[in-house]
Design a protein around this ligand. Structure first.
Ligand SMILES: [Zn+2]
Length: 106
């Protein structure tokens, strides 16, 4: 698969994209159902490339991207949209139509 990384805005997520494509997937899509309401929900799980046991959840709520990492929470290292690298990574993969493995919570 050929994904161009020449665009400067994606430079900061380049190592993560490379890792996802060439080493092993670090982004998964989790699809589940709320036990109480029966409503289905989905979010993206982004694993840290430095610590395998660490992962962050990225979710799109009403067209707003939210991540549960400290960077997003404290708005440090985020871009002009307030997006951390995890959100940028997920959006990049979606934009490039990179296949993301789906994990079912059922
Ligand atoms: Zn994040």
């Amino acid at each position: 698969m050929c994904v161009s990384l020449s665009n400067g805005t994606v430079a900061s997520i380049a190592p993560m994209v490379e890792y996802h494509l060439k080493v092993k997937p670090i982004v998964y899509k989790y699809v589940g159902k709320d036990e109480n309401t029966g409503e289905s929900f989905e979010f993206f799980m982004v694993k840290s490339i430095k610590q395998d046991s660490k992962s962050y959840n990225v979710v799109n709520e009403n067209d707003e991207w939210v991540c549960d990492c400290p960077s997003f929470k404290f708005r440090s290292g985020t871009d002009v949209h307030g997006h951390c690298k995890h959100i940028r990574l997920v959006r990049f993969l979606l934009d490039k139509k990179v296949e993301i493995e789906v994990i079912s919570g059922d």
